[in-house]
Design a protein around this ligand. Structure first.
Ligand SMILES: [Cu+2]
Length: 126
């Protein structure tokens, strides 16, 4: 499997943006999921974080957690590392086809905790 080509194909195909909730620190999160469509196996989650002034948010510690909605399904976890100004990249290994939710657990440099959610529907079989 050629990681490079898969990343290029999927890049920018899915770009989401979630505004912050009414309370809590301002964190704007854009995301890309590669490959598209998502498949069982290693999946790259690229994030771009900005603060309320649209400045890149650096130094955020990120843990990824992915869940399915039905019972008896263990969550899967992944780390995310900063690769550039406010840009982070991590991997999640989807273990089953279907609808997943990726929880992005963030700890900001001031230790405030923020969580965002990415719906990844229709993960395909390998
Ligand atoms: Cu499942």
């Amino acid at each position: 499997m050629s990681r490079g080509s898969i990343f290029t194909v999927g890049l920018f195909l899915l770009l989401g943006c979630h505004r912050q909730a009414a309370s809590g620190p301002a964190v704007l999160m854009a995301f890309q999921i590669t490959p598209q469509p998502a498949r069982v196996g290693s999946t790259e989650i690229s994030l771009q974080l900005r603060d309320g002034n649209s400045k890149p948010l650096t130094g955020v510690h990120i843990n990824l957690e992915a869940d399915m909605s039905h019972p008896g399904m263990a969550p899967v976890f992944g780390e995310s590392t900063e690769i550039g100004e406010g840009r982070y990249r991590g991997k999640i290994g989807f273990t089953m086809p279907g609808d997943w939710v990726v929880l992005v657990h963030m700890t900001l440099p001031d230790q405030k905790r923020v969580e965002r959610q990415i719906d990844v529907k229709g993960v395909e079989a390998k």
